[in-house]
Design a protein around this ligand. Structure first.
Ligand SMILES: Nc1nc2c(c(=O)[nH]1)N[C@H]1C(S)=C(S)[C@@H](COP(=O)(O)OP(=O)(O)OC[C@H]3O[C@@H](n4cnc5c(=O)[nH]c(N)nc54)[C@H](O)[C@@H]3O)O[C@H]1N2
Ligand SMILES: Nc1nc2c(c(=O)[nH]1)N[C@H]1C(S)=C(S)[C@@H](COP(=O)(O)OP(=O)(O)OC[C@H]3O[C@@H](n4cnc5c(=O)[nH]c(N)nc54)[C@H](O)[C@@H]3O)O[C@H]1N2
Ligand code: SF4
Ligand SMILES: [Mo]
Length: 736
């Protein structure tokens, strides 16, 4: 397959036109895209009250193929009733992620039983009563509640409240498999778990570090901002084992010249080994201090731990740091020099940083590097985790975490006169383990694909298979509905954000809250998430009439999302303005999260430095290969829209991307079928794919297909699996 030379560009434009035609014409598609709703796709954030394709600075049109893909998927026809006669669970399991997504929209509740081996349509009453009966007869701590990050703040808030009043803290979200290390790491640095800057700060920066991410595919609109920065004379240092086409050159669809010729993005592209970032980040810190380019006054006045860090950096050995990172001294020097010149630097990172057993330490190392030069706590510079799902940050803010923030806990108890549970709740992997051991029997998932996002797919299927009941609130079919089956599995079809009957809100990665109007429904069957949750809670409350906590709320009244926003405004710190938003329509920045002065919400107001020890490089032994599991541009997490990876020029997904030297090392040629043996399992007949853009010694495979290889081991601090830290062995398949 021919690789395109730039990211974005004409393929994105042509795709858009094709999708528009398929989903009922250009005009209908344009209207849908321009409706006053927050973009459904990534957390960069777009749309809302200014209309689709407008960012918070008012720039229009901010087009991106990702958002079009999600829209086109939601505009699919409904799954016909006879589908369920034709396809049993076995047939669903034989389908690829792409085939499942393209079955169409879920439009009626369906119920699967292990005895029957297939789903059957059921009425809403039957489905909701089934879930309510199970919950009412189960001890609350035998249940768990998993949330993805696309649902609204209102749905997230209401469902976590219901789970707690019902009696459990086993409430968590996809963040544990995503940016949890950023939240934990940032909190340990600044006292706050989110980005320290706003979108407009990027317009003032003169240097951006882009570490462990591929925003050209995954956060396309960020490329416009980076392109503007380059035009102003700013620099972009990319740190990534794989040279991603779109990070070198990106064609911005809304800029005619850029569309024709492409825009240069990276000024320096550094390729460490997978997992080598911590060593690299420490090496750059050491070099900055040697050059005397650290900010002594800032470190003494606004940071804690400088003396200890100073000693540790002096003692660190370059030989170690070079061999552990895979980056030579000359390059380390160059990075340090670039950074020394900067007056305002932003540090951005993604899954290449968090998906490691040392994910939190990676984030702390980024914090150190920024603090060394006083780059946190002033305009135009700071820390910026590039978050995933469009509302994953909001879902966290709403209290969808095992442990509630004290302010929310107290606020809820006071506002509703209830007693919230205090037992320690489980993170996502702990829920999978509880399912396996039989301690947990019942689950409810608000969106997402718990099976597909888990490491060790075999274990994940077995874990969910031990449950008595699992309920999914979903828009389309995914592999979880085929492989993540409990004795009884219920799918409740829900409306997408722009089809909801009432307004909802979403929070971007810049802590900016948008208001979505909702809009006309595309199908008759699905219900809004809030409606489903309120109805279910009401049914459970009626069954458990003696439960004073559950009956403290008028659940049917919660159908009014404005009522939910009033509650959020009262109990969630920094969210006061959401209580007024129905009247004012004013979208807002959450208070207390942006740091333009060096005062931090820590006990002594200072940011914290951390002494860190980079791990030895794994996977450097004879016959070993480091593997990262990554996304292609044509997928959104476990949902695959296109099987080919246009920007990396790769056909199909059952592949391993390898450097030519590694192909030689394993005696393989392009196209050879390989057996890939990972820590948790193996994949057979994987196509060896030559990819010179990847650093030798490292390879890439696609998530979710490769999740069967990934082990369940997690970062002890964030409980995040090492999705990028695999070591595999390869064997050639015997010739047929
Ligand atoms: N098109 C598209 N957009 C998406 C998504 C999607 O699936 N598809 N998912 C959304 C979600 S939930 C998220 S979290 C984000 C994910 O966004 P990303 O983090 O950008 O996505 P990944 O594909 O997981 O990781 C990709 C990059 O990390 C690099 N990498 C891997 N290991 C390492 C390492 O050890 N060190 C360094 N420095 N780099 C490494 C890879 O080479 C790759 O370029 O995207 C969001 N946006
Ligand atoms: N090996 C490996 N594993 C990974 C990763 C990796 O890089 N490598 N990445 C991890 C990351 S970063 C993440 S975030 C997780 C993703 O984990 P999840 O968020 O659990 O998974 P998704 O694939 O995003 O979920 C997609 C499903 O959400 C449903 N959906 C879509 N829109 C809506 C909506 O509006 N409402 C509701 N209720 N449902 C909706 C659809 O049914 C769709 O099939 O996976 C993680 N797993
Ligand atoms: S960059 Fe993210 S938020 Fe912006 S339009 Fe694309 S998918 Fe939506
Ligand atoms: Mo994510």
């Amino acid at each position: 397959m021919r690789k395109v030379r730039t990211g974005g560009g004409w393929p994105a434009v042509l795709y858009t036109l094709r999708k528009a035609r398929e989903s009922g014409g250009l005009l209908a598609f344009w209207r849908a895209m321009r409706s006053r709703n927050a973009c459904k796709t990534c957390a960069l954030g777009m749309g809302g009250q200014q209309g689709g394709m407008v960012n918070e600075a008012g720039h229009f049109p901010e087009v991106c193929k990702k958002s079009m893909q999600a829209m086109a998927a939601d505009m699919q026809p409904g799954i016909p009733r006879d589908f369920w006669d034709r396809y049993g669970a076995r047939e669903l399991r034989a389908m690829s992620p792409r085939q499942l997504e393209h079955c169409g929209r879920l439009v009626e509740p369906v119920r699967y039983t292990a005895a029957e081996g297939r789903y059957r349509p059921v009425s809403w009453d039957e489905a909701l009563d089934g879930v309510a009966d199970q919950l009412a007869t189960t001890s609350p701590d035998e249940t768990f509640w998993y949330f993805s990050g696309r649902s609204s703040n209102e749905a997230g808030f209401l469902l976590q409240l219901f789970a707690r009043l019902y009696g459990t803290n086993n409430v968590n979200n996809c963040s544990y498999y995503c940016h949890q290390a950023s939240g934990v790491g940032l909190t340990s640095v600044t006292g706050s778990g989110t980005a320290t800057i706003q979108l407009e700060d990027l317009d003032k920066a003169d240097l951006v570090f882009l570490i462990g991410g591929n925003p050209a595919s995954n956060h396309p609109r960020l490329m416009t901002t980076l392109h503007e920065l380059r035009r102003r004379g700013g620099e972009v240092i990319v740190i990534n084992p794989l040279v991603e086409t779109g990070l070198v050159n990106f064609s911005i669809p809304s800029r005619p010249l850029s569309l024709l010729f492409g825009s240069k993005i990276a000024s320096l592209y550094v390729q460490p080994h997978i997992g080598g970032d911590l060593a690299l980040l420490v090496a750059i810190q050491k070099r900055i201090v040697e050059l005397g380019m650290h900010d002594e006054a800032f470190l003494t006045n606004h940071a804690a731990g400088w003396d200890e860090l100073h000693v540790a950096l002096n003692a660190a050995s370059y030989d170690d740091l070079v061999s552990r990172s895979g980056v030579d001294l000359a390059t380390i020097d160059r990075i340090a020099e670039e950074y020394s010149k900067s007056k305002a630097a932003v540090f951005a990172w993604t899954m290449g940083i968090t998906h490691h057993a040392h994910g939190v330490e990676n984030v702390q190392a980024i914090g150190n590097l920024a603090l060394l030069r006083g780059m946190v706590g002033k305009p135009g510079s700071g820390l910026m985790p590039i978050r995933g799902h469009s509302n994953v940050q909001g879902i966290g803010s709403m209290g969808v975490t095992p442990l509630l923030k004290q302010a929310i806990f107290d606020g809820l108890q006071e506002q509703y006169g209830v007693q919230l549970p205090t037992a320690i709740g489980r993170d996502t992997m702990a829920c999978m383990e509880g399912a396996t051991s039989g301690e947990l029997t019942t689950a409810l998932c608000l969106g997402g694909n718990l099976y597909g996002s888990n490491p060790d797919s075999t274990y994940a299927a077995a874990a969910l298979g031990k449950l008595k009941q699992i309920t999914y609130l979903s828009t389309t079919l995914n592999t979880g509905h085929a492989h993540g089956l409990a004795d009884e599995t219920i799918i409740l079809p829900v409306l997408a954000r722009d089809e909801e009957p009432s307004a909802t809100t979403q929070e971007s990665m810049f802590n900016f809250v948008r208001l979505s109007d909702g809009g006309p429904r595309r199908h008759d069957g699905p219900r809004s998430e809030v409606e489903v949750i309120a109805d279910l809670a009401d049914r459970v409350a009626r069954r458990l009439a003696g439960n004073a906590n559950l009956s403290a709320l008028d659940w049917p009244a919660m159908l009014d999302t404005g009522r939910i926003r009033e509650a959020i405004a009262k109990v969630v710190p920094g969210w006061e303005k959401v209580g007024e938003i129905d009247r004012t329509k004013e979208e807002f920045q959450i208070d207390g999260r942006t740091f333009h002065t060096p005062r931090f919400p820590t006990a002594d107001g200072r940011a914290q430095l951390h002494v860190l020890t980079p791990p030895a490089l794994r996977g450097a032994g004879e016959g070993e290969l480091r593997v990262m599991t990554i996304r292609s541009e044509g997928q959104f997490n476990t949902v695959v829209y296109e099987d080919d990876d246009l920007y990396r020029g790769v056909e199909g997904r059952w592949v391993i991307l390898m450097h030519p030297d590694d192909l030689d090392r394993f005696g393989a040629k392009e196209g050879d079928p390989l057996r890939v043996v990972g820590p948790a399992g193996e994949m057979r007949h994987v196509r060896a794919t030559k990819h010179p853009a990847i650093r030798a010694g490292n390879a890439a495979m696609y998530y979710p297909e490769a999740n069967v290889l990934v082990s369940r081991g997690v970062d002890p601090l964030s409980k995040t699996p090492a999705f990028k830290g695999l070591v595999v062995r390869l064997e050639k398949e015997p010739q047929a």
